[in-house]
Design a protein around this ligand. Sequence first.
Ligand code: IVH
Length: 715
Amino acid sequence: MNEMDGNGSAVRARMRELEEQLRRHTRLYYEEAAPVISDQAFDALLRELRGLEAEHPEWASADSPTRRVGGAPSEGFAHVAHAVPMMSLDNTYSEGDLRAFDARVRKGLALAEGAPVGYVVEPKIDGVSISLRYERGRLVLASTRGDGKTGDDITANARTIASLPQAIPCGAEVLEVRGEVCMDNAVFAALNAERAAAGEPPLANPRNATAGSLKQLDPAVTARRRLSVVLYAPGELRGAEAEAAAASQWGWLDFLAAQGFPVAPLRWRCRDIDEAWARIGELDRRRAELPWDIDGAVVKVDDAAAQRRLGATAKAPRHAMAYKYSAERARTVLRAITLQVGRTGVLTPVAELDPVPLAGSVIARATLHNEDEIRRKDIRVGDTVVVEKAGEVIPAVVGIVAAARPPDAVPYDLAAAAGGRCPACGGPISRDAGAAAWRCENMDCPAQLRGRIEHYASRKAMDIEGLGSALVEALTSEWREESDGLLAGFARVLPPAVRDVADLYSLTPADIEARRPNRAGSGRAEMKLATKLCAAIAASKSNDLWRLLHGLGIPNVGEGLARSLAAAFGSLDALMAATRDELAAVRDVGGTVADSVVGFFALEKNRAVVEKLREAGVAFDRVAKPAAGADSPSGPFFGKRVVLTGTLSRYTREEAADRLRDAGATVATAVGKTTDYLVAGADPGSKLAKAEALGIPVLDEPAFARLLGDPTDPA
Ligand code: IVH
């Protein structure tokens, strides 16, 4: 019948379409670890196709995504309900929170004041959680966590994990054990090398590779991925031996090891939270001993009866807490090393990376410091590298994953990479004996000039708002002015508007407007911006002396030393007249800095710039009174406004405030826009929320201690 035929072909077309979509999403998800639809959307497609195949088995393709061949499950994965729910863990990044957790545990157990609780510290493995069910010693079911109540039956895939026992000596009626499937770093590196050889994109990280491998519909593919497994927790237990083994977390781990299960090789039984904290530090330092990635430590109350008394919230047990190591480290691939020419001519090697999320942003570049550092860490293009971001500092490459090195990677040679010339101006480059840095020798190198101007205008120097790097580039370059009218087609080449920092003060709004890059707005709006910038430049003439000193870019003189020198000499003229010894006598100023200062002002070129600044009306003698009691003008708290909240474990509130004042900070009671740092201890009050809302940096106790220069090593 025609009608049915018409409908039938529509159904068939839909089936082909679904197959195609499912194949595409399967590839994106499992092989490229780059899914574009949600799991639910994928399941809906799979369900629809299955439904149509059930109605019209005659139209189902032999290679339909619903029926993979090769002993694989014939359809997606069956769902299984967990006998004991698979919960999540509460986690924290701060020592204060961890101690608050300990306090809650002791309170929950109604322990006497000061009585300790025993803990086990073990690695938090960055993998995919799994539950394994053994009945009378045989593995009968492996399932994923799913939503915690129901997961996927991945038994066929789990059986391909070489280190996972299919049978165990313990004949308990039911023994469920939970842990993490993961991929050894070396396996991950080899997998990506194979993919690269086959022209396939690399997988992002071992965790993604693990997740993708476990969800393969064909276990043969999973087997090739050489996954590992680490077990740590009990699930449902029926049988005296198993139940007795689970009387403590420590005993349970020993039992698992005795049964032939892989367990974490680094684990500690601790008498109290202080020891647990020390072990957390030790684990972080020794993480390279582990074959797989970890993202923290898990602290668990050791005694199982105490665990039961503590119970659980809707999501997580109250007896355990994950302490995450700073998410400020990530791995990615180093694609190239480029060279950046700074204001002093130093050539800084910069890592060009596959973009990777790190501490809340996506990083594509990181500093490699200098050639010696690259050699010392043996960093090569093509390497998988570890990048780290500490505080506000630019991310740095801190190491490599040796196992992931491509066979053709060669040691880095800066001069060869640069072809022996400055990449910015083509001028000669050299490396002073004993110095780590290669430098461009051309004082007129445009990259150096741009760097000097940008530094002069930067927030921690003359603080000139509106002078961005694109505009600096335009102002320091030759300018082609195309003619209109009769002379159309002719161009006048203008010299750079700015050749040194003093030239900024003779810029007119018209100079700026004519050169403004990517002009977007109307001529009027552009002119307004240019006028505003000129006003900001003019306003900088009355800045404090330390800003000018810092802005001049004297080698080795950063913000802190500029403050010290300004306070000690009171004027630029007095500083220029000072002898080396007079300079070296200033607190924090040693011989090197004294030589730098003398050397800087000995150069005719620099003295000429100073005279131009004087003529432009830049103040040379503005010195604000230093904070009373300040004794370390170069420290991180010098001149800062700091607010304290919450309870610190190592300092009383008064001690913390005294230490801050000693370091030159002003200790304020309320958080406001001018606050530089909030130091937050355990149980912080509303100040924390306010600081977060205002984007003010928050220091936890370890960070605070570190900035004060106190030892923070927990061990
Ligand atoms: S205990 C009842 N121990 O972390 C909670 N979990 O963020 C049982 N994980 O879902 C978990 N290493 O997949 C525990 N040593 C470890 C762990 C660990 C990794 C995972 C686990 C959990 C997730 C929570």
